[in-house]
Design a protein around this ligand. Structure first.
Ligand SMILES: Cc1cc2nc3c(=O)[nH]c(=O)nc-3n(C[C@H](O)[C@H](O)[C@H](O)COP(=O)(O)OP(=O)(O)OC[C@H]3O[C@@H](n4cnc5c(N)ncnc54)[C@H](O)[C@@H]3O)c2cc1C
Length: 408
């Protein structure tokens, strides 16, 4: 006779890509009662587009969601331009490959969200539940206190509440999240509204200034995305920015920005914080996934993929140890902490390299030289560990290691 594992009450806080993927993955693990609490009253993605590369497709496949994501612009070509002169500085080109079932695409964030939502079991999500506090009630487990003065119990709380996570602030009260100085404005508009300006607007492109960039891309269904950034020194930054004067002087870019209808922009302040040495806390009863677990501020343009991988691996670890938190959560840490650590190390090396090149250039550096220096990002380094990452294979290796350790 087998003894069933006890039913584990799991609460996910946040309904972004990380929370939704975690809910899908956990809903298939036996003896887990999963609930997702989201602060918004309607689950509606803000933002504009999102990249779905091989790493994200891999995890979407494992979640059973890939076939539900059917719209997007295939990114066969990606351009980097000088945002002032329009000079093309770098072109990454792959021949369209009709045999490739799932090329890298730029799609609407709402398309990813709808695809994920379609796989979350009905009754899992509770809206208008903004977590205010998390309390340890000893043998009774954890208690979530929401802004509407209601509470809910849980044995495990998963913080999928994004870069400004309340769960992380509760369990890691000294975590130093800081404004990076970068503000991002994003919008979608019909491609038809701008394609007369420059044929390159039909291709994914980065238009750079020395400190920032404007990003344009079709996202499928006749829509076109703009993500414009501006940098303000954080120490002197005022919260009430009225003018964001993107320092990219190209006339066609300015005209494209002007064509965005009034009220069309969404503004995002970018925050970042250091790596955590563990993503689990409170005696393995709290765990972070997605942006809450690694405040990298959109670096690598793959954060939704990382968030979904977190959710899938967490479910595998719980399933493997039959919901034994004391064994499953350390295993989750063992898989994910080194991965995030590698990302932080990569970004630190990249920043140091850029700084060293600037120092070599000396003080009298022109706009064009500064832009050229800026787009040398990875120095030819193989980035397949991010963009081709196969979380299913990582999990298979982990199981093999566990088995070898057991046999030893
Ligand atoms: C400019 C920019 C461009 C990007 N481009 C890409 C890209 O191309 N590809 C990609 O993969 N990633 C991209 N990213 C990163 C990606 O958006 C994030 O990594 C991803 O959304 C993280 O998912 P998440 O579920 O962890 O958090 P989020 O998407 O931030 O979701 C968090 C959810 O938690 C909810 N929440 C927050 N606080 C509470 C609370 N107290 N109580 C209840 N609910 C709460 C929020 O309402 C939200 O629904 C980009 C990021 C930026 C800033």
């Amino acid at each position: 006779m087998t003894v069933d594992a006890p039913v584990l009450r799991v609460a996910i806080v946040g309904g972004g890509p990380g929370g939704l993927a975690t809910a899908i993955a956990l809903s298939k693990v036996p003896n887990i009662d999963v609930k997702l609490y989201e602060q918004a009253s309607i689950l509606r993605e803000v933002g504009a587009g999102i990249n779905i590369g091989a790493n994200s497709w891999n995890v979407l496949g494992l979640l059973g969601v890939a076939d539900s994501l059917t719209t997007g612009h295939p990114e066969w070509t990606v351009l980097n331009m000088n945002g002032h002169s329009g000079e093309e500085l770098h072109r990454r080109e792959r021949a369209p490959d009709p045999s490739l079932k799932r090329p890298t695409i730029r799609t609407q964030r709402t398309a990813l969200q709808s695809a994920l939502l379609a796989h979350v079991p009905p009754g899992t999500i509770q809206l208008s539940k903004k977590l205010a506090r998390l309390v340890d009630v000893g043998d009774q487990g954890l208690e979530m206190h929401f802004k509407d003065n209601t509470t809910a119990p849980a044995d495990l709380v998963i913080g999928a509440d994004g870069i400004r996570s309340v769960v992380r602030d509760t369990a890691w009260p000294d975590y130093p999240l800081a404004f990076t100085g970068t503000t991002i404005w994003r919008t979608l508009l019909p491609l038809d509204a701008v394609q007369d300006l420059d044929p390159r607007f039909q291709i994914t492109g980065w238009w750079h200034s020395p400190t920032t960039h404007v990003y344009f891309s079709p996202v499928g269904e006749g829509l076109w995305e703009i993500a414009a950034r501006a940098y303000h020194e954080p120490a002197t930054h005022s919260a009430s920015k009225v003018s964001w004067g993107v320092p990219v002087a190209n006339a066609h870019i300015r005209e494209a920005l002007r064509r965005v209808p009034s009220g069309g922009w969404r503004e995002f302040a970018a925050f970042a914080g250091p790596e955590l040495s563990r993503l689990t806390a409170w005696d393995n009863r709290v765990v972070l996934v997605g942006d809450a677990s690694h405040a990298l501020s959109g670096a690598f343009g793959s954060g939704a993929g990382f968030a979904m991988e977190d959710g899938w691996v967490l479910a595998r670890a719980l399933e493997h140890f039959r919901n034994d938190l004391g064994r499953a959560l350390p295993l989750f840490d063992r898989v994910r902490v080194p991965y995030y650590s590698r990302m932080y190390a990569h970004l630190a090396r990249q920043a140091a390299g850029r700084k060293a090149r600037l120092e070599e250039m000396g003080g009298e550096t022109s706009y064009d030289e500064l832009v050229r220096n800026k787009i040398i990002t990875d120095g030819g380094e193989d980035m397949s560990w991010i963009y081709m990452h196969d979380i299913g294979a990582v999990w298979a290796d982990t199981l093999e290691e566990l088995e070898n350790t057991r046999k030893a």
